[in-house]
Design a protein around this ligand. Structure first.
Ligand SMILES: N[C@@H](CCC(=O)N[C@@H](CS)C(=O)NCC(=O)O)C(=O)O
Length: 213
């Protein structure tokens, strides 16, 4: 089982969390997103993943992109540790929280979007940061509101779900860019709780072999 990713990629980070939660052993293959124009754009990688994005999962004859598709595949193949509630309304709820991160916050702050803002539209570095803060603040505010009623120890009650798996990497990213999280106490508390767990610690960007390369 191989996971092509990058230590700071929050989409790869989601998959790593799931692999560790499910105690799967896997080989991490680093795709450097910045060095030399980005290895994600080289033919050696785009042959595997035509979207020019990480992560990519490879196991025997299965090659998958899109972190949430990979996660659902792993969840169905290795169901012993559940990441969704069994009740279908609750399952839809945690999925919606996960998508609030994966569809509403993450894509507009992706590296290639930021590169386009700066390199093509000549947006100044400070304005680029304002862009990221703007979309993160809007997205986190919506999640914070929902966590007021849904959260226990984690985003939805006291069990880790796909909502936490998507939220933790996004908050890691927010902290990296020094976003003021003080307006989001429920998010911060849930993320702190997740970060006590061995699977989340093992998946941390700084604990990856390609960290800081
Ligand atoms: N929706 C995709 C997003 C993947 C994605 O955006 N990956 C980022 C890193 S988190 C990437 O590879 N960026 C490279 C680039 O923007 O050039 C998923 O969930 O897998």
């Amino acid at each position: 089982m191989k996971l092509y990713g990058y230590w700071r990629s929050s989409a790869a980070y989601r998959v790593r969390i799931v692999m560790h939660l499910k105690s799967l052993s896997f080989e991490s293959i680093a795709v450097h997103l910045v060095k030399d124009g980005g290895e994600q754009h080289k033919e050696a990688y785009t042959g595997l993943n035509p979207t020019h994005l990480v992560p990519t999962y490879v196991d025997d004859d299965v090659t998958l992109n899109q972190s949430l598709a990979i996660i659902d595949y792993l969840d169905e193949k290795y169901p012993a540790v559940a990441i969704y509630p069994t009740n279908i309304a609750e399952k839809a709820k945690v999925k919606a929280l996960a998508l609030d991160v994966a569809c509403e916050i993450h894509p507009v702050n992706n590296l290639r979007v930021q590169q386009y803002l700066v390199n093509t539209l000549s947006v100044a570095e400070l304005d680029k940061l304002a862009w990221s803060y703007h979309w993160m603040n809007i997205g986190f505010a919506a999640i914070e509101k929902q966590l007021k009623s849904s959260a226990g120890k984690f985003c939805f009650g006291d069990k880790v779900t796909i909502a936490d798996i998507c939220l933790v990497p996004q908050v890691y990213n927010a902290n990296r860019f020094k976003l003021d999280m003080s307006a989001f106490p429920h998010i911060s508390r849930v993320v702190d709780n997740c970060n006590q767990l061995p699977a989340f610690i093992a998946a941390l960007p700084e604990n990856q072999t390609d960290a800081k390369l």
